[in-house]
Design a protein around this ligand. Structure first.
Ligand SMILES: [Mn+2]
Length: 360
């Protein structure tokens, strides 16, 4: 047995000692892919030791990929409530520490396993605390526990842990350790990568499609590669962000500016390809004199109180600021793609694609 593996077995034994026998455990999380996966793994470790194990999330799970993860991987997490806690006598926490969320406070956690930094002002009081701030994901730590306890993860658990590591390290673009890579590659042998892809591609809610429909109707192209869309009134600026992010995936557009009135404020969201125009500069130049405006090269935002427009129609006002011109009517400015630059047209024609591109 290698020294590393022996150490993992010892650590895992410390955990099972605290779990003991016959308790009713509630695992409390702030749900994101890493937390959901880690909770599922701890539940698996507790399975034959505890009388009952529940998972509760203090946040509302809204993101479609997180909902897809819960659904496809059958994660039995329920909303947290003080009433729910009455049914349990032990509490555990993964991927968070008790001071991270107001709903976490007011009860004692016997187990805390996390990878966020430890703050001197909030030392962890748990009987069993394992906090490794250098790790890219709590899912990696849980994969090590499973290994130390000789538990081979089933397909759904392995898939959850793979997705947890992938999400927290942004597919290894953000901070990670070699341990994260090791756990990831070992888990992929047991995981269902079709399910991972299904979860990743669950980007939109069905109820959002009406906003796409509206955005497509209201598109106005600006210059050769810009797009402006005014969405009238929206409940949340998140919808603008969702749409603006979508348009960054269109080849032939290099920047977009999406706007709407949200609760009495004109919210303008900018997205760029990070190569051409600097969105932060653009936002500040267009709206810095009248509202808060700024951001960075690829993403920016401006917010202007609606009252400051003095009753002017918002779409026309925004278009004028953006282009210096009057908003053309839909008849004068039909929504159609501007001709592709000459070089692209020539290349397409040379490849014999021009006709099929028009037909399809
Ligand atoms: Mn995490």
């Amino acid at each position: 047995m290698s020294p590393v593996f022996r150490k993992m077995s010892q650590i895992a034994a410390g955990l099972t000692q605290v779990i003991g026998r016959g308790g009713r455990w509630l695992i409390v999380i702030n749900a994101d892919p890493d937390a959901l996966a880690a909770a599922m793994a701890l539940r698996r470790i507790m399975a034959h030791r505890a009388a009952e194990v529940g998972i509760a999330h203090v946040n509302e799970v809204k993101r479609p990929d997180n909902l897809a993860m819960m659904r496809f991987l059958r994660i039995p997490a329920v909303p947290f409530s003080p009433k729910l806690c009455e049914a349990y006598d032990h509490f555990a926490m993964v991927d968070s520490q008790p001071h991270h969320h107001p709903d976490f406070t007011g009860r004692h956690y016997s187990i805390v396993i996390d990878h966020h930094p430890v703050l001197p002002a909030h030392p962890c009081q748990a009987e069993y605390a394992d906090i490794r701030p250098d790790y890219g994901a709590t899912s990696t730590m849980m994969a090590e526990y499973l290994r130390g306890l000789h538990i081979r993860p089933g397909k759904l658990l392995a898939t959850a842990l793979v997705y947890g590591i992938k999400a927290d390290t942004q597919s290894f673009e953000r901070h990670f350790l070699e341990a994260d890579v090791r756990a990831f590659s070992a888990l992929t042998k047991h995981a269902d990568m079709t399910l991972v892809r299904k979860i990743i591609s669950s980007e939109y809610h069905r109820r959002w499609l009406k906003f796409f429909s509206k955005a497509f109707r209201k598109m106005r192209f600006v210059g050769a590669r810009g797009l402006f869309v005014y969405m009238d009134t929206l409940e949340s600026p998140d919808l603008l962000v969702m749409l603006a992010d979508f348009f960054t995936r269109v080849h032939g557009l290099s920047w977009n500016m999406l706007a709407a009135v949200v609760k009495g404020t004109v919210v303008v969201v900018f997205r760029g390809d990070g190569i051409g125009r600097n969105m932060g500069h653009m936002a500040a130049k267009l709206f810095g004199d009248i509202g808060s405006a700024g951001g960075h090269r690829g993403a920016a935002r401006a917010e202007i109180e609606l009252a400051k427009l003095g009753g002017k129609p918002v779409e026309e006002w925004l278009y004028k600021r953006l282009t210096g011109h009057k908003l053309p009517s839909k008849e004068q400015c039909p929504v159609e793609f501007p001709a592709a630059p000459q070089s692209e047209r020539t290349a397409r024609a040379a490849a014999g694609q021009e006709k099929s591109a028009l037909v399809t």
